[in-house]
Write a protein of this length. Sequence first.
Length: 393
Amino acid sequence: MKERWVAISLGGLAVIGYVIAGWGAPTVYDYYGRLADAFVHGRYWLLEDPPWLNELLSCGDGKWCVAYPPLPALLSIPLLAFGTATAQDLVSQICGGASAGVLYLALRAYGAPRSIAITGALLSAFGTTLLFTSADGRSWYAAHAVAMLFTTVAFLIAARGGPAWGVGAAIGLAALARLPVAAAAPALALLVARRSDVPVRTSFLRVVAGGLPFLLVYVGYNVLRWGTVTDAGYARLTDGDFFFDHGLFSVAYIPRHLYAIFMEPPDLVPNVWYFLRPRFVGMSLFLVTPALLFVFAGLQDVRRSIAVAATALAAGLALLPDITHGTVGFAQLGYRFSIDAQPFLIALALGGDALRGGVWRSRPSILFLIACAIAVLFNVYAAIAIIRYGYWQ
């Protein structure tokens, strides 16, 4: 089967699964859907300020602005016939699901054999918090799903050796959904430089050039909303919030993120069959997706492989704004900020299992497959439990 059809099959399977998981449970946090409707009517602001949309910010007399970057809202416009909430949900489900197909192609370009790349794509789609996050579709989650798709596109282009401007454009689009992913750009410039045999400086400048138009779009959007080129909206959201007692970003917040990533447990519920219940505040990344423990084995090749080193650097840079942010991402399943680096984490985990001395095994190990199966079972259970039965409450 041609690679394209494998990718289409994986992406289609994930999209169908996500749509089914979230169908009939429209989000009430439809910031993007409402913003899409405003765009259609020539406005960048909302006319209403419902009490449950508590992160809308005043941006003029009778004007309420969405604090987040606008790409998910723009993508929701063609689907507004389904209503603002369902349009937003569908964008989240389609983008999150489609990322599985793109990730398969990226992993193949990275060097993974077909069976290993398929395993990685399925793990990403059904064995990580991306499943619940995309299927649920509330605004914070939809942003992750959209960014995941375009970050994976950037990884694919970089792993294939360019063009570097395409990497920049894809990262620019991803950042119009989730700003932290822009931090991965230097590492992807390094990867595309090595794969295309051009100087790193040249590659980086081309990546920047590809992303510059999207930066200008966001700067213009900030000027419209806040009257300044900087993103004043996020700073306003933190006013008076005790989680941000050191400002929006601070190294003082890193310990709480390390606890969330490595140690946050599930709730134990007595006398019921679902005795393990996902916690509202989150759960350890490695409890939700134990296969990602193989990332640490994958890091052993950073000195002998520029591709592995660049991928590890991309993951670290993408997570840097997240782990210095005031909150750990709740409400969430697992540690949702990991989605900002998920394409790179999956690649590293696969390498940790199947890459030795620069040579890939043809198939994943039994231990890795068991870890993947546990991850899929837990994430499918958790997505159904939260979305359909409210066991999160």
